[in-house]
Ligand binder design. Structure first.
Ligand SMILES: [Zn+2]
Length: 329
């Protein structure tokens, strides 16, 4: 046994090993835990938990638990010594999903200037500042070229499928969409694609939507404007409202909610004013939850039928938006 036990377990994290064995899992709440069907016994409801930080598993169905070596002993029916030998022969895990998402985001950014329809779409949404477009790392998925590009860089088709970048037929999931990267703890964890054509408007890859958008730069502000959509954020940043963050929809995930509450601050909720009132209803519910955490909230009332993006696209300016903030109850 040339390799130290701990080194072996670090080189091949349990979660990576399981994924190499085609174990599929979803995050179990907010944290390092994942849950999926138990590979050690037949079951229809997931009861197999992996803690990625502790590098341990536990199954509530069959009661088995332990580390990577224990898992190999049980799944391969090998002795401890033979399990170690088996693991030492395993190749290192492929690039992790965050790395492939980074590469995809960079690739999409490179495509943006090559497709006039993408630039045209951004202009329709009121986004004209090239420096801001670069800063937000906006890209474009023309379709048909991502898979070839990433496979040529050594990423497996299987990994591309698992991240959701390509679908089961091998096509770009974000085909003909303007793409924004979504981050968590500084790493890309998802990509948001806004359709430029007739396809369903919003699409996220499977998995978490991550932190509040650009939270690293926004968190410093004692007053924060929260919007639903990335194009809302983009036009507001362009109009010099840099204390704007975005939750990608009206429902905040637990991490996003905690971020808004991480210090005493005032939050301006600037959700869509849509005909069915759902945006305002969501804002009301969120305001209530935030206030219970000691956060001061204001609800910005845009003209009926508007979101911040359409407000600016249809001629609204920074001064008018500022008046709306001042009038917010
Ligand atoms: Zn089990």
């Amino acid at each position: 046994m040339g390799e130290d036990l701990e080194q072996l377990k670090q080189r091949l994290p349990l979660l990576d090993y399981l994924r190499l064995q085609n174990w599929t899992a979803r995050p179990a709440g907010h944290g390092p835990e994942f849950v999926g069907l138990c590979p050690l016994h037949p079951e229809t409801r997931p009861s197999f938990y992996v803690n990625a930080r502790k590098n341990l598993f536990y199954c509530h169905g069959c009661g088995q638990g332990g580390d990577l070596i224990r898992f190999v002993e049980l799944s391969q029916h090998l002795s401890f010594r033979k399990s170690l030998a088996y693991l030492e022969q395993q190749s290192p895990p492929p690039a992790d999903p965050a790395a492939v998402l980074e590469r995809a985001a960079v690739f999409y950014q490179q495509q943006l200037d090559r497709y006039p329809e993408a630039r045209w779409y951004l202009e329709q949404r009121g986004l004209r500042d090239p420096a801001l477009i670069r800063e937000l790392q906006i890209g474009y998925a023309p379709g048909g070229s991502l898979r070839r590009h990433l496979v040529a860089q050594g990423y497996s088709l299987d990994l591309l499928r698992r991240t959701g970048l390509v679908n089961s037929q091998g096509h770009d999931a974000l085909y003909q969409r303007v793409v924004f990267p979504c981050c968590q703890d500084g790493r890309i964890v998802n990509l948001y694609g806004r359709s430029t054509g007739v396809a369903f408007a919003h699409r996220l890859l499977p998995g978490s939507k991550g932190d509040l958008f650009a939270w690293e730069s926004v968190r410093q502000f004692p007053t924060v404007i929260l919007v639903e959509g990335l194009f809302d954020l983009a036009v507001l940043w362009q109009a010099s409202f840099r204390h704007v963050t975005c939750s990608l929809g009206t429902h905040l995930n637990p991490g996003q909610f905690r971020q808004l509450c991480d210090r005493p601050r005032t939050v301006y909720l600037t959700f869509d004013v849509d005909a069915n009132g759902s945006g305002q209803q969501a804002a009301q519910g969120l305001a209530h939850r935030l206030r219970s955490q000691g956060i001061t909230t204001r609800r910005v009332l845009l003209p009926s039928g508007h979101d911040p993006n359409s407000f600016f696209v249809q001629g609204g300016d920074a001064r008018q938006f500022h008046s709306l903030l001042e009038a917010a109850p």
